[in-house]
Write a protein that binds this ligand. Structure first.
Ligand SMILES: Cc1ncc(COP(=O)(O)O)c(C=O)c1O
Length: 398
């Protein structure tokens, strides 16, 4: 059952961020109020904070299919991705394996980290994706060499929701002695996760994508993986990440992880039904629309739809004026009119890459909200198309 929406506006941008669950809010505030101690302190205050950290570590480990000792808390998904790539690269540097492989549709947290390493002389190969946004494992076989130290391919894409064949890719990485990282920021809490079954060495999570607070994330580091810390200082997080832990946010992440795991099966079914209602409704009511991504291999809450002859940014603003929040792709690149690098990598023509909207649903989404969208969207599209209609060439009789 969806919880009552605390906000009368309609929010279909859960892949950008999610509202906190009531349980996560309670965990954050109770920890701020009652467990202010430093988790490294020996006295009672410290031990109480440490107990909160340990509880959260167990819950996040359970969400990822990991052992609690393999969870390193970070400040979010961006830091988890940075730690995975830079930490593995720094550890591999002395071996001379200075080649990294990733997919072309990774989040900027991965792509810009790879660009930074490329500036330091690392070789980087970006794997292409097919028309539905999936990496063919054969492309990894072509690209990987004995110099490759790390392969990084996201589990689910933030813009189109497409799920990658991570277990197959990880097996290839392992055969070649490379580490495998997956950015699971968009699948954590949406798909069952099992780091061991996926065969990955490193897996990134971010609390604010599954109804936890912003500023908390985690990297699963498989036991025995050689990594150097990117934040140096004290001996926190088993010497993997220095700095006093953000215990309130981490406690909120722990509760959100437990809740997400508990309701994952039911929520997947509920959200997929709502997403399908939205998608089929839009396709039926608005001519000149098409879904981007793989119709089957995707997370249950996401659809990405192109609207012919409408600038996505204008439609986004028109919907916002109607009280409905959607996105033109990744939040980090909105505000610019750059076409999505994800849709471009899929080889879609400009009228699809520039005119697409992402609808992502979650905890508070309801059928009534979807129906409200379907009520207003066709009229808005028609109006915008009328405004942008180009003069038609005069017809000749011959
Ligand atoms: C796939 C993916 N990776 C990484 C991130 C970054 O996570 P955070 O916002 O916690 O830094 C995001 C957030 O947009 C994401 O969607």
């Amino acid at each position: 059952m969806p919880v009552a929406n605390p906000n009368s506006r309609i929010y279909f941008d859960y892949n950008a961020t999610t509202p906190l669950s009531p349980g996560a809010i309670e965990a954050v505030t109770a920890t701020m109020r009652d467990q202010f101690g430093n988790a490294s302190s020996v006295h009672r205050f410290g031990q109480q904070a440490k107990a909160r950290l340990d509880e959260a570590r167990s819950e996040v480990a359970a969400l990822a299919g990991a052992d609690p000792s393999e969870i390193v808390f970070t400040s979010g998904g961006t830091e988890a991705d940075n730690f995975a790539i830079r930490g593995a690269a720094d550890a591999a540097e002395p071996t001379g394996r200075r080649h990294l492989v990733a997919s072309a549709i990774e989040h900027e947290a991965v792509l810009n980290t790879l660009r930074a390493l490329a500036r330091r002389g690392w070789a980087v190969t970006l794997l292409p994706v097919d028309q539905s946004g999936i990496v063919d494992p054969a492309r990894l076989r072509d690209a990987i060499t004995s110099e490759t130290s790390l392969v990084s391919v996201m589990h689910a894409n933030n813009e189109i929701g497409t799920i990658q064949p991570i277990a197959e890719l990880a097996a290839i990485a392992r055969e070649h002695g490379a580490l495998m990282h997956t950015d699971a920021v968009q699948s954590g809490g949406k798909l069952p996760l099992d780091a061991r079954a996926l065969g990955v060495d490193l897996l990134s999570l971010s609390a604010h994508k599954f109804n936890g607070p912003k500023g908390a994330g985690a990297l699963f580091v498989r036991r025995g993986t050689r990594m150097l810390p990117i934040l140096t200082g004290g001996k926190h997080e088993r010497n993997r990440r220095a700095g006093t832990e953000n215990v309130p946010a981490i406690a909120g992440m722990g509760v959100a992880a437990a809740e997400a795991r508990g309701k994952l099966a039911a929520e997947s079914v509920r959200l997929a039904a709502l997403r399908d209602r939205l998608e089929t409704g839009v396709l039926a009511a608005v001519p000149g629309t098409a879904v981007n991504g793989d119709p089957a291999r995707r997370v249950p809450n996401t659809t990405n739809i192109s609207f012919d002859r409408v600038e996505a940014e204008s439609l986004l603003i028109a919907l916002d004026l109607e009280g409905i929040a959607v996105s033109t792709g990744s939040a980090c690149s909105s505000g610019t009119l750059e076409p999505s690098h994800v849709l471009r990598a899929m080889g879609l023509p400009p009228h699809r890459t520039q005119n697409s909207l992402r609808f992502s649903l979650g905890l508070f989404s309801t059928a009534a909200e979807v129906d409200r969208l379907l009520e207003v969207l066709p009229g808005l599209v028609e109006k915008l198309r009328g405004l942008t209609r180009r003069p038609q060439p005069a017809r000749t009789s011959s």
